[in-house]
Design a protein around this ligand. Structure first.
Ligand code: 5GP
Length: 511
């Protein structure tokens, strides 16, 4: 192909690639092609859906009269063309050419017509036509070029069709999504409106579920229990449904008469609906039930006394950590990483995470400490890795990345052992406070700029054993917290082995 045609082919490819507006693409194709070959006109004709006619889709260099002369019927003359063979007609006005509009061609000043089929996976969808004013054959290079243009035009048409189909699917999906949103926000609104609880104990139970972020629905469903012919004569409506646990809850008071009646109804309900799990709870029972799922009643859980808000419930933590573990297992398939946990905050997360990783792995731990308040924040490694990590795939596991300084320091240190790879997995990412950019491959949760505790994370060595992640209640916590607002990591146990304090200034050179 002569080198002048290459840029044209590139231009056509670019047009196909840059827009999904089919008319624009086809117009660019006919114009650039006509100009490049140096002919009078160029057009693209597409087959009608029943393949009986060819319609002008785009043209260049032809008068509106010629384009508007009417559709071209697909006669036997088109058979080989529509089976993939280009066609050259030296003189379109000659009777032997059997043109459908010879007079229009003469008036337009057209002599030769060269047609190339637009093929899509063996099927013609249309033709590309070049019109010259004097009888003229295309050179083999030009023919090759035109084949390429025809292929690109076919791709453009296919793209536009796919796009159209996708858009329809998308519209349908969007509609479904909107419906879903609508029902969800209706649900939310219902949730936002104060629920009219039938009994104060129900409200207390709901408040407790809210605190621990256990989702609930109040009296969401009634179960028919008895019929008189078609007519339902007895129903039972459990007080709560906990979708996370697929569990119905009926709360009850101690009044024996009511309990006996409820027990009867429950027996009947279990007979009729064996797939339903329902529990009848006395007040003391629901405290026990919540404890079973890692929650304790508000006010009775000393550990949670200073917690103002639960950010991630035990269930949310478990589900997300499972996902992260599965992702790591996929990414490390065929390898055996060394998980390096950063003590102490990481212990609970690391223990749960590693049980969801299916590839063989080893574990190691590091601990760092500030040298104390006088040391101007110089950081010290008080416990280094004990495994040989040279040439190994290292996955550093952190509880929380805040400014990023701790991790930056540790990564530089670990890099000096020349591992094969080094990645980071953190339970929490407090991105808003980042000072040093750290590449973190796995983040279980992002957290707002608030001081969080629980699930391994401490405030002055407390709260590590909370089964959830929560935010301390400033006003009700001890003077330290109340005075300082959200406690800063730099304040926790400076000088103690686990302190990550005062890392500012401890960055290695060039970090
Ligand atoms: P960075 O060096 O990224 O600023 O700090 C990371 C360390 O600070 C964490 O490993 C953790 O010990 C501590 N830290 C930062 N934010 C929090 C927080 O919200 N809660 C707790 N308990 N520790 C935090």
């Amino acid at each position: 192909m002569p080198s002048k045609l290459y840029p044209v082919l590139y231009e056509v490819a670019k047009a196909v690639n840059s827009t999904l507006v089919l008319d624009d693409v086809l117009r660019t194709i006919v114009e650039t092609t006509g100009r490049a070959v140096g002919v009078k006109g160029c057009s693209l004709l597409l087959l009608s859906p029943d393949r009986s006619e060819l319609w002008h889709a785009a043209s260049w260099g032809l008068s509106p009269d010629y384009i508007g002369k009417g559709p071209i019927r697909v006669t036997d003359h088109f058979t080989s063309l529509l089976h993939g063979q280009p066609q050259f007609v030296r003189d379109i006005t000659h009777p032997k050419a059997a043109a459908q509009y010879p007079e229009a061609a003469r008036q337009e000043g057209i002599a030769s017509v060269y047609s190339v089929p637009l093929m899509l996976r063996g099927d013609a969808v249309g033709i590309l036509r070049l019109y010259s004013a004097t009888p003229r054959r295309c050179t083999p290079h030009e023919r090759q070029f035109l084949d390429g243009v025809a292929d690109l035009a076919a791709v453009a048409i296919e793209n536009a069709r796919n796009y159209e189909a996708l858009r329809k699917d998308y519209e349908e999906a969007r509609h479904t999504l909107l419906e879903w949103y609508a029902s969800r926000s209706a649900e939310r609104q219902r949730g936002a409106r104060p629920v009219a609880f039938a009994h104060p104990s129900e409200e207390e139970f709901a408040r407790m579920l809210d605190f621990y972020r256990v989702r609930w629905q109040y009296e969401p469903r009634s179960f028919p229990l008895q019929w008189d012919g078609e007519r339902i004569v007895e129903m039972f409506t459990p007080d709560f449904y906990l979708p996370d646990h697929d569990l119905y809850i009926e709360l009850t008071t101690m009044r024996q008469r009511l309990v006996t009646q409820k027990n009867r109804k429950l027996r009947r309900l279990r007979e009729l609906y064996p797939d339903i799990t329902i529990r009848l709870l006395y007040r003391k029972d629901y405290h026990r039930l919540l404890a079973k799922y890692g929650y304790r009643p508000l006010g009775e859980d000393e550990r949670a006394a200073d917690v103002g808000r639960v950010l991630f419930s035990p269930l949310e933590l478990a589900e997300r950590i499972k996902e992260v573990g599965q992702q790591i297992s996929e990414d490390y398939a065929g390898r055996s990483p060394v998980l390096v946990g950063v003590l102490k905050g990481v212990i609970v997360f690391m223990a749960d995470l590693m049980r969801h990783i299916s590839v063989p792995l080893e574990v190691d731990f590091m601990a760092i400490s500030s040298l104390g308040p006088d040391a101007q924040g110089a950081v010290r490694i008080v416990k280094d890795v004990t495994r040989t990590i040279r040439g190994r795939d290292v996955l550093v596991v952190e509880d929380i990345v805040d400014t990023g300084m701790t991790l930056n320091y540790l990564l530089h240190h670990l890099q000096s052992f020349r591992p094969a790879s080094i990645e980071v997995c953190t339970l929490l990412d407090k991105r808003a406070r980042r000072l040093v950019p750290i590449p973190i491959k796995y983040v279980a949760f992002e957290v707002p700029d608030e001081f969080v505790v629980g699930y391994g994370l401490d405030y002055q060595e407390q709260y590590r054993h909370l089964p959830f992640i929560g935010v301390l209640r400033g006003e009700e916590a001890g003077g330290d917290v109340a005075g300082a607002g959200a406690p800063q990591p730099a304040q926790q146990g400076a000088g103690e082995p686990d302190a990550r304090s005062a890392l500012a200034g401890a960055l290695p050179q060039g970090a």
